[in-house]
Design a protein around this ligand. Structure first.
Ligand code: FAD
Ligand code: N01
Length: 852
């Protein structure tokens, strides 16, 4: 006996009744039989209120619906679509199941009596289902008493409708559905799964009846295969709400449920799947008759419990726990905001958590590249080297987390995937890849300017059989290259730091260079006690100087003189002195026109070129390593320890890929036009999808469902790099078009976090619910940015500042070159003039009272 005893007995009783097969009946006759059967179901639990309503449909008709309220304060609103092949059944026949669901889940349940075929064929049912969903969302306060999570559910054809409305909500940018519960859903009108041919499955729902349903519902066969009828056929299932999928073992639809679960999972949607063994189709809708029905309701209830427990309310969600997210959490918590930080990694530190490649260290002096917001922190932390290593900076980040007790509000190993703005509520729903949905008034993207390694853009990358490493995602356990033949692709900062270390271990190291870099010797060394105590004594003054310096790096001071004003000898003298400091900004600060005057820049660029020739013995290799295609400073300069000298080693070879292009990566190594070279390991030091990559990785929908990805399709548009028109209460820390990456990032991060925190404090004081920039302010800022950049030499380089490193990325200059000092003044003045360029929205007092 394949079915359980209760099901077997039920089927035997039904057979004894000698009812004709459904598919031989007219829809009216079939409905009568279904109605008779439902009369045998028990009444279902009592509700606090049961109310029949009429929902206006788009064509002016009314959709009948029933609101079941299990308590005065439901914890969710569940929109339920019943089964019946889009032809049979109604909300009266499903009343018991609806009550069971309401009681068990604690949600208000809206049962939707969408119009049935054949009188109302496709797309009437999905249209009604959608109209009802919108109505439910609009009337949530009345239905559930307050803003609660919105869930959808359905069985069989109703499961199909539930899946379809989720896809539509994604396409439309809302409403924000937090969970979809699909019980043996119909997902594909092709009816081609083996289950249809399996005699074991021909029970209450059999292949002829399913054909009968489809023929009535979607007589036009092309319609059936549209995603609105066959959700499995949608191209992209990513970004859909987490799903609970239930199937029955002996059901012609089981494989459709399984297939939908698998595709959702493959698309990154969290899925909980359960097959009920020894059950047939429709068991879920037969309350009182089958014990498994009660178990399935209990199972759904448990999933909803789990889901709603995760659904939480916060004042603010901060995405990312690098230095920006950490400080933002500290500030908001100090202000009394309930703040949640979501971080993809399993620890704090961001950049310094992920970039563990050999030789990784900061290139701004440690004592300057540290937080300035806490004098106590400054005093109790002591840096060991002029330029701290990655492990030391990571320890510092961990120390900060400990000292300010940050971890308790950070959820690690969790990625934010979507954020949807609800205009009515003026709140965001933030979704994670762990199935959590958090409702928050503010979202702060502290996702980092350099946190998404660039996708490999060399053919064959996946074919290499040996280990391949990406500098920006380095294995935590480290890598031992001893005795290996290693390739490094790239010669930016990450490569320049790691190459000398890899060369020391590897048997052979081959460096594939596309563009040579300007790099200056770091002169790294341990800090002396005298230096440390001097800084600790004067840290306050130093921080103040940082805040009012264009790059947040006050030493050495920026000269006020043009390079044209002095003799060649004097210039040389000053360049030499700057070179000796081993400070990134030394050379660019030697004169005031290095970044604006071509000749001034040529002089300093030539000076560095000479130095490279001094450092590299082989003149041909030296020339290959010499940058000539862009002015100094227009791509981020590097600081190194023995980078150029490494090319004097016998085990190191340079391949200039401009002359010898990489054709592809092969299973064994790298093939250029000169042939294939075999390697044991390949290191991709190929950089980042900078500035916008991490923000664009999250599907962010603002006012009217506008997708940020669409708004930024031709490049980022922001106001101050902090706010975005159409995306109220969404802030970006060091976002595109702020000075960010052209400065000491910690200085910029603190300035941004402080500004955003002050803005939120101002809003709360004025009882304002939302703030967003105006389009005009955004345009004015973009104009100023472009004009400022065009006064400099920056646009001359194909840099990541401009998006040139990522194929297909729109080219706009993504950092404000006006300096941190000027930028700070602008931001302060904007704040002082009641946030000029922003529009604000008053709080909706009524909604607030309801949720209190
Ligand atoms: P990050 O440190 O990048 O942190 C962002 C965090 O957000 C990451 O942990 C990431 O996992 C998380 N995240 C992103 N998206 C999501 C999501 N959807 N869901 C959940 N979590 C998410 N700057 C300097 O000023 N001086 C230096 O010397 C210097 N050295 C650097 C060295 C390297 C190797 C690199 C790559 C950058 C360096 N930078 C330097 C720039 C550096 O990125 C910043 O200084 C600073 O650390 C950035 O901090 P952040 O918090 O803004 O971003
Ligand atoms: O990345 P990058 P990064 N074929 O983009 C090459 C910070 N940082 O990780 O210049 C061949 O600079 C690419 O060539 P090209 C700092 O802000 C700081 O090194 O595009 N080559 C380039 O040589 C820095 O600027 C430190 O022609 C390819 C390299 O890969 C930023 O992070 C340390 C290629 C990428 O260089 C990014 O630095 C590390 C291809 N298909 C990082 N694709 C400090 O020292 C790319 N390249 C503090």
């Amino acid at each position: 006996m394949k079915l359980d005893i209760a099901t077997t007995a039920l089927l035997s009783q039904m057979a004894a009744g000698e009812a004709p097969p459904m598919h031989e009946l007219s829809p009216e006759e079939a409905r009568l039989i279904g109605g008779q059967m439902a009369k045998g179901y028990p009444g279902g639990p009592a509700m606090v209120s049961v109310k029949d309503v009429e929902i206006p449909a788009r064509d002016g008709a009314k959709i009948r619906a029933r609101v079941l309220k299990p308590s005065e304060s439901p914890r969710g609103l569940l929109v339920f679509y019943h089964g019946g092949g889009w032809v049979l059944a109604n909300i009266d026949e499903y009343d018991t199941l609806g009550r069971q669901l309401a009681e068990r889940t604690g949600c208000a349940v809206l049962m939707v009596d969408y119009r049935k075929a054949p009188e109302h064929p496709f797309p009437a049912a999905p249209n009604d289902a959608w109209d009802a969903l919108l109505w439910a969302n609009d009337n949530m306060a009345a239905l559930a008493g307050r803003k609660v999570p919105l869930l959808v559910a359905g069985d069989s054809a109703g499961g199909n409708l539930a899946a379809v409305v989720c896809q539509k909500a994604k396409a439309e940018g809302g409403p924000a559905i937090t969970l979809q519960i699909l019980v043996y859903p119909v997902t594909d009108g092709a009816m081609e799964t083996p289950g249809y041919a399996n005699p074991d499955n021909q029970l209450l729902l059999n292949t002829p009846l399913m054909t009968w349903f489809w023929d009535h519902y979607a007589p036009n066969k092309d319609d059936r295969l549209k995603p609105e009828a066959s959700p499995l056929r949608a191209d992209d299932l990513s970004g859909l709400p987490p799903a609970v999928i239930v199937t029955a073992q002996y059901d012609i639809l089981r494989e459709e449920g399984e297939a939908y679960a698998a595709r959702l999972r493959d698309s990154g949607v969290p899925v909980t799947y359960k097959q009920f063994d020894r059950q047939m189709h429709n068991f879920f809708a037969m309350p009182g008759l089958l014990p498994a029905q009660a178990k399935a309701v209990e199972y759904v209830g448990e999933q909803v419990d789990r889901h709603l427990a995760k659904f939480s309310q916060a004042d603010a969600v901060v995405v990312g726990a690098g230095f920006a997210g950490m400080y933002q959490l500290h500030r908001l918590r100090q202000m009394g905001l309930k703040t949640r930080v979501i971080e993809a990694g399993d620890g704090v530190g961001g950049t310094w958590y992920w970039n563990r490649y050999p030789g990784a260290r900061c290139d701004i002096e440690s004592m300057a590249y540290s937080f300035g917001f806490s004098p106590e922190l400054e005093q109790d932390w002591t840096w060991s080297e002029k330029y701290a290593t990655q492990p030391e900076i990571l320890r510092y980040a961990e120390h900060v987390a400990e000292r300010f007790d940050l971890r308790k509000d950070i959820t690690f190993e969790t990625r934010v995937t979507r954020a949807i703005y609800d205009e009515e509520e003026m709140r965001w729903t933030v979704y994670t890849d762990k199935g959590e949905a958090i409702s928050a008034q503010y979202v702060i993207m502290a996702t980092g300017c350099l946190s998404v390694p660039k996708q490999p853009d060399i053919p064959g990358t996946d074919e290499f059989k040996g280990p391949a490493y990406v500098t920006g995602k380095w294995p935590h356990e480290g890598v031992d290259f001893t005795g290996q033949r290693v390739a490094v692709i790239g010669t930016g900062s990450s490569a320049i730091q790691s190459i000398p270390h890899i060369a020391e271990q590897a048997k052979e190291l081959t460096v594939y260079q596309r563009t040579p870099a300007y790099s200056l010797p770091a002169g790294n060394r341990p800090l002396t006690n005298a230096e440390i105590s001097e800084m600790k004594q004067h840290y306050r003054d130093y921080r103040e100087a940082q805040r009012h310096h264009p790059g947040g790096i006050p030493n050495p001071p920026r000269a006020m003189e043009s390079a044209h004003n002095v003799s060649a000898e004097e210039r040389r003298k000053r360049y030499e002195a700057a070179w000796e400091t081993g400070i990134l900004t030394g050379l660019s600060s030697a004169f005031n026109d290095t970044m604006t005057d071509q000749q001034a820049n040529d002089w300093v660029s030539d000076f560095i070129r000479e130095k490279i020739h001094e450092r590299v013995k082989d003149p041909e290799v030296a020339e290959a390593l010499t940058p000539r295609s862009f002015p100094f400073g227009t791509k981020r300069p590097c600081l190194d320890t023995d980078y150029f000298e490494t090319f004097n080693r016998d085990n190191v070879e340079l391949v200039d890929v401009r002359k010898t292009p990489i054709e592809r990566i092969t299973a064994k190594g790298i093939e250029t036009k000169d042939g294939e070279k075999e390697f044991d390991s390949i290191v991709f030091a190929t950089g980042f999808d900078a500035m916008t990559g991490a923000i664009m990785n999250v599907d962010i929908r603002g006012v009217g469902g506008m997708a940020l990805r669409d708004k930024w399709a031709d490049g980022p548009h922001t106001y101050l790099g902090i706010g975005i028109a159409g995306f109220p209460n969404l802030f970006t820390i060091t976002g595109p078009s702020s000075p960010s990456v052209l400065s000491n990032m910690l200085v910029s991060i603190e300035q941004h976090v402080d500004w955003v925190s002050d803005c939120i404090a101002w809003m709360r004081k004025g009882d304002l619910a939302a703030i967003e920039p105006t389009e005009e302010a955004e345009d004015e800022w973009a104009e100023h940015n472009e004009a400022t950049a065009n006064l400099t030499l920056f646009p001359q380089a194909n840099s990541w500042y401009i998006g040139a490193n990522v194929p297909g990325k729109p080219r706009t200059f993504m950092a404000y070159v006006g300096g941190v000092d000027t930028y700070r003044t602008l931001c302060d003045q904007i704040a002082a003039s009641d946030y000029a360029g922003f529009r604000t929205y008053e709080a909706d007092r009524e909604a607030k009272a309801m949720s209190a």
